[in-house]
Design a protein around this ligand. Structure first.
Ligand code: CTP
Ligand code: MG
Length: 413
């Protein structure tokens, strides 16, 4: 492994004032340390991780490391009195690991919700520039210098200020030399590196990487975690296991309409209906299955059946409903979603649905691996369904973001 990551978690959290050391305080049912490690475990690059923990929580830290990281990828060492001492302990453990590490990232467990992308960005920039790299955000507040009391002596030019975050990244060998030569009192890793004469550059930080210092910060982090769970995006941006203790639920809706085609076979709900008029369409016209696909795609924010399975795709010419349902399930699984349940209402003069309703439910439930309920009605002679020109189906789906529940904390390598 060429990437080493030191996660400092040995502070007591005086300003947070919780009964636990800060890294072991729960954020929506998951400790800050576990949130931080979960983001690290999602890096594409393999990394050797050293967690620096308080001496009274070494076992608890080991349990978390074992749960989140695969065997051989993480270890725990005892922290020091000051943050700088804890960093030094972590760096020493990395050096002793014998891995050919070229780049080290140093991260505060207190920045529990830092997205995986920030770690990747910092590591890539270290390798590109050989500089120290620090994630930063623009300063939004106006900042003044004072005389140490009430009098303001100057107002800083905000455009020249930045708010610094972690993980801070460095070429490993150069950083080891810098920390060995450093005087005490550095609260920040880049100042250790800069003091040794090395350049330091910034990359984009992230609001979610806020340092949880006070109870108010913890509240803000809870809001970020809730937000991630609710608006989890299919691109992975929001589907962060560190975001929440419980699954994120999303609903979707889908409608499909097909005209009757007396010359075609009738397929509905994935089943063949003998002696019934078929349905016109590029595929087999299975309105029930298509409405379900749209509801599932809608719930997962993955578009719709038309945009996903184009009419020019030969896989779907004359395809059965089952083909679309299975392909839809694959898209959802890739995006980290699991189907919780589906409900469909068919509006049709024909076929008479009631005698086979349970059979359809069982068939569709087996395909989706989740309960599917199907109801049917006529439209009392009204509209195109009433005139028996065609059928319509309306489906709703509930999906959960699989990556957001606690199972996501399992080793992934
Ligand atoms: N840290 C550490 N060892 C120390 C002090 C701090 O590993 N001796 C870690 C903390 O666990 C935290 C990070 O450094 O992840 C940033 O420190 P800070 O936010 O100040 O945390 P605490 O020192 O725990 O909090 P406080 O200053 O309020 O006591
Ligand atoms: Mg501190």
């Amino acid at each position: 492994m060429r990437l080493g990551i030191v996660v400092v978690a040995a502070g007591s959290g005086t300003r947070l004032g919780a009964s636990e050391p800060k890294a072991f305080v729960s954020l929506r049912g998951v400790t800050l340390l576990e949130h931080a490690l979960t983001a690290i475990a999602r890096l594409d690059e393999e990394a050797r991780v050293v967690v620096v923990a308080p001496s009274i929580r070494l076992d608890a830290a080991r349990d978390i490391v074992d749960r989140v990281l695969a065997p051989g990828y993480g270890s725990v060492v005892r922290g020091g009195t000051e943050r700088q001492d804890s960093v030094a302990a972590g760096i020493a453990a990395l050096a002793e690991s014998g891995e050919p590490i070229d780049t080290v990232l140093i991260h505060d467990a207190a920045r529990a919700l830092t997205p995986t992308a920030v770690f990747a960005r910092v590591a890539a920039t270290v390798r590109d520039t050989s500089a120290g790299v620090i994630p930063a955000l623009p300063m939004v507040d106006t900042v003044a210098t004072t005389d140490g009391g009430d009098a303001i002596t100057g107002v800083a030019d905000r455009s020249r200020l930045a708010v610094l975050q972690t993980p801070q990244g460095f070429p490993f060998a150069a950083y080891r030399e810098a920390i060995a030569a450093a005087e005490a009192g550095h609260t920040d890793d880049t100042s250790v590196f800069a003091a040794a004469g090395h350049p330091v550059v910034t990359v984009a930080g992230d609001e979610a990487a806020l340092k949880i210092t006070t109870p108010w910060d913890l509240r803000r982090a809870e809001l970020i975690a809730d937000e991630r769970a609710l608006v989890s995006a299919p691109d992975g941006g929001g589907r962060d296991a560190s975001a929440t203790a419980g699954p994120a639920l999303r609903t979707g809706v889908g409608v499909d309409v097909h005209a009757y085609d007396e010359t075609a076979e009738c397929w509905l709900g994935g089943l063949f209906w003998p002696n019934e008029p078929g349905l016109a369409g590029h595929s087999d016209g299975d309105t029930v299955s298509h409405a379900i696909c749209d509801a599932l795609l809608s719930a997962a924010g993955l578009g719709d059946i038309g945009s996903r399975f184009g009419v020019d795709d030969p896989r779907f010419a004359d395809a059965r409903g089952e083909v679309f349902l299975t392909a839809t399930l694959e898209l959802l699984a890739d995006a980290g979603y699991r189907v919780e349940n589906v409900a469909v209402q068919l509006v049709a003069a024909r076929p008479r649905f009631a005698p086979r309703r349970v059979e359809v439910e069982q068939h569709l439930s087996a395909i989706l691996g989740a309960p599917v309920s199907v109801a049917a009605t006529t439209s009392d002679g009204l509209g195109f369904t009433g005139r028996a020109e065609g059928v319509t189906a309306i489906a709703t789906a509930l999906v959960s973001c699989a990556a957001a529940d606690s199972s996501a904390a399992e080793p992934r390598r």
